[in-house]
Design a protein around this ligand. Structure first.
Ligand code: NOJ
Length: 743
């Protein structure tokens, strides 16, 4: 085929696709506009109202529910929908919603755990299976993914995030959107996703939930908005605004975010929902004098649907009559809502088919197990004590409050998961070992906050009999998530004492932490021989950990967030700025300061006298049972133009004894900018599987365009200059190579 012919063919195909797309859009617009033209003002305002309680059927008949939240009884749900579709004047279906965050029945690891997998394909599959389960219960809209950048482990909602990195959050958030929404929203197993919380909520001052944020424009554009933009590009159907205020403006009334960025710049055509009562709460913020003014400000800014507080329902009509809001603002909001309902196919197919067979289906359990396995981060493995040899071990002590806590291991946002279906580590270890060895089980503490040492004292003599002790510690599910912030991140209750006592037995101790956030565990790490960290791993956490302990699987998780040594280091994150006086690591720390030392003798750099500079574990860290050797990175050329594609490659060799997967990470640094730039930025990652002795060349392709940032002039551009590039196993190590970008 000649090139000319190929080009003509391609053009025709493109015209055909564009033509079909335009036709679909025309049909969609015609349907929505026709419906809108027949709606009364009350019916329009009804669409903008999301309800969580009340007389559902009556509200549905009157056309006063745009969306129902948390109605889960399938019979009641169907009846409410019937009332909306068959008994309301225009028969507009209700959009049924719920927080399906990391699974519906089959609980996957919490999002922070999923982020540790660095595996977007698997996360997409996980979201797909969550959608299949939830839609079979009638839920067509979920409030996920949460892509709030989280640099503060005190914030309980770090559990729901993908961690601290904008690039990782962008990739994983988009994968989740694709999984929830499937190939087409119209598929009855697809759910509309909702990217949240727009924007900056994770920067809550002091890590206290709902707190104010102070994010300057540059940081907002270059860090906090990055994953939202990616979710939008992935086709996310809805956006939720944040509770918080940034620099005094509640996100619920932030026109810059909701209009200028989201609509004008990004051309988002789905709808925006408020957070729970966040419109009414603008009165409490001191940003509106009453709920009427709050409703006006939210509508002006661009909030299309109100979650539960009813200020739209009670005030919009009067505001319209008084000329304080316009009919076009209301029409735009309703159009956006109807568009999503139309795309979901709700007008043609408002009902759902209950199918309980998909709950805990074998392939769902398999995906949940893989996610849990890949989310586990090996933090320490002195003397290669792991994996344990199930053929030679005679007896194993399984201890700690998280060893057999089926409810707790599901983590936050597990409304619909059932603890009866959850497999705990204790059960899985017993299953794995069968009668090959003796399993001694001693919880020692009844729950993670238990301070009573009685159980520990009683258990010690028994666990001493074992060849190895595996201690499951961490946090109960309720200690992280919304409104569960924490000022102290040490292990709660008597768990530190437990680890200390186990050490005193002289037996090898393996510590498994299951928690909703990175905890401060330096002391405990020193007391144990090996440690694995799992953010609450969900229904299949037990089998996953048993596979890892006994070497049927090899850990491959990496920290999606920096682990602090002390809570006072927070906020701590790898992609910070250099400052004019960066730490040298040669600073004199607290215990080495001479008495009556001179004022300037300690090194005038940016560090803590007691904690130094470095974290406990950097972003991207995670060991394996095998070892990997990285070659020196190479570039396809030393100088790039703005349209070029950088190709960076490096050899990776498995130099150990286990076949395993390594997450290879690509970082860059823009050395000099019109704004000072982060010391490192993740720009790519790949999970590479290698057999012992096997070597591969890992190649990253990075369009130079991806080095763009919002610069001092407020433009999203790549600035000319010198850059550094690393290909490495985590964010803290590796030797950089240089390249240049020129016009
Ligand atoms: C409040 C939370 O902030 C939000 O994330 C959630 O989706 C809604 N409640 C609905 O439950």
């Amino acid at each position: 085929m000649s090139n000319q012919f190929k080009a003509i063919l391609l053009l025709n195909v493109l015209f055909f696709i564009c033509g079909c797309h335009t036709k679909t859009r025309n049909k969609e617009d015609a349907f929505i506009n026709n419906l809108l033209s027949r709606m009364t003002i009350d019916e329009k305002i009804g669409q903008m109202n999301q309800v969580s309680w009340g007389d559902w059927n009556d509200l549905a008949r009157k056309g006063q529910i745009g969306s129902a939240l948390n109605l889960t009884d399938p019979v009641a749900l169907k009846e409410m929908q019937r009332c909306a579709v068959e008994e309301s004047r225009l028969g507009i279906p209700v959009l049924v919603s719920r927080d399906v965050v990391h699974g519906y029945k089959t609980m996957q690891p919490i999002p922070l755990g999923q982020a540790a997998t660095f595996n977007p394909e698997l996360i997409e599959k996980g979201a797909r299976m969550a959608a299949i389960e939830a839609t079979s219960a009638g839920i067509r809209w979920t409030f996920a993914p949460m892509v709030d950048i989280s640099r503060d482990a005190r914030w309980g909602r770090i559990a729901e995030s993908f961690g601290e990195d904008p690039y990782l959050s962008a990739i994983l958030g988009s994968a989740m959107v694709k999984g929830f929404q499937g190939d087409s929203l119209n598929d009855p197993t697809s759910m509309a996703a909702c990217v949240k919380h727009f924007a900056g909520y994770g920067a809550a001052e002091g890590g206290r939930d709902y707190n104010s944020t102070l994010i300057p424009q540059n940081e907002l554009m270059n860090v906090y908005l990055v994953p939202f933009d990616a979710a939008r590009k992935a086709g996310v159907a809805t956006v939720m605004c944040a509770f918080s205020d940034n620099d005094g403006i509640p996100c619920t009334a932030n026109k810059f975010l909701l209009q200028d960025i989201l609509r004008d710049e990004w051309k988002f055509d789905g709808f925006v929902v408020s957070d729970w009562a966040s419109i009414a709460e603008m009165v409490i913020h001191g940003f509106a004098s009453d709920s009427k003014e709050a409703a006006m400000k939210a509508l002006h800014a661009g909030v299309n649907m109100e979650m539960v507080s009813g200020t739209y329902l009670s005030n919009l009509k009067a505001l319209l009559e008084e000329g304080k809001v316009s009919i076009s603002q209301i029409d735009d909001a309703v159009r956006n809502i109807l568009r999503v309902k139309y795309r979901l196919g709700l007008f043609e197919n408002p009902y759902f088919v209950t199918n309980k067979d998909v709950f805990y289906a074998q392939n769902h359990l398999d995906i949940a197990r893989k996610l849990a396995e890949q989310s586990a981060i090996l933090l320490k493995n002195t003397g290669q004590i792991l994996p344990l040899d199930s053929n030679t071990i005679q007896s194993i002590a399984v201890v700690g409050p998280m060893a057999d806590a089926p409810y707790e291991q599901m983590g936050t946002w597990s409304f619909d998961g059932e603890k009866e279906q959850t497999i705990t580590p204790l059960t899985a270890i017993r299953d794995y070992i069968g009668n090959k060895a003796n399993v001694i089980y001693e919880p020692c503490l009844a729950y993670s906050r238990d301070k009573d040492p009685k159980g520990i004292i009683q258990a010690v003599s028994k666990v001493k009999q074992a060849d190895v002790i595996v201690a499951f510690v961490g946090e109960e599910a309720i200690l992280s998530g919304e409104a569960h912030s924490m000022a102290d991140l040490n292990l709660k209750g008597a768990q530190t004492d437990l680890i200390e006592e186990l050490k005193l037995t002289g037996k090898p101790v393996v510590m498994i932490v299951m928690a909703g956030r990175p905890l401060v565990i330096e002391k405990e790490l020193n007391d144990v021989n090996a440690a694995i960290y799992m953010f609450h791993p969900g229904t299949m956490g037990g089998p996953a950990i048993a596979d890892l302990l006994f070497g049927k699987a090899v850990p491959s998780g990496k920290t999606p967030v920096t682990f602090p040594k002390m809570v006072g280091q927070i906020p701590i994150y790898y992609n910070h700025k250099m400052t004019g006086r960066p730490a040298t690591r040669k600073e004199i720390l607290l215990d080495s300061i001479p008495i009556e030392a001179g004022q300037t003798s300690l090194g005038c750099t940016s560090f803590y006298l007691d904690a130094g500079f470095d974290p406990l574990f950097p972003f991207g860290f995670g060991l394996s049972y095998t070892t990997f050797e990285y070659g020196t990175p190479e570039l396809n050329m030393p100088v790039f133009g703005k349209q070029d594609i950088l190709k960076a490659s490096c050899t990776l060799r498995n130099t150990g004894d286990y076949e395993a997967t390594e997450t290879v990470q690509l970082y860059i640094r823009d050395l000099v900018g019109s704004l000072s730039r982060p010391v490192k930025e993740l720009k790519g990652f790949q999970r590479i599987f290698l057999k012992p002795g096997q070597e591969k060349t890992v190649v990253f392709e990075l369009p130079i365009d991806n080095l763009a940032f919002w610069n001092a002039e407020g433009k999203n551009v790549v600035e000319n200059g010198d850059f550094q590039l690393w290909i490495s196993t985590d964010s803290s190590i590796g030797n950089p190579i240089h390249f240049k970008v020129e016009d």
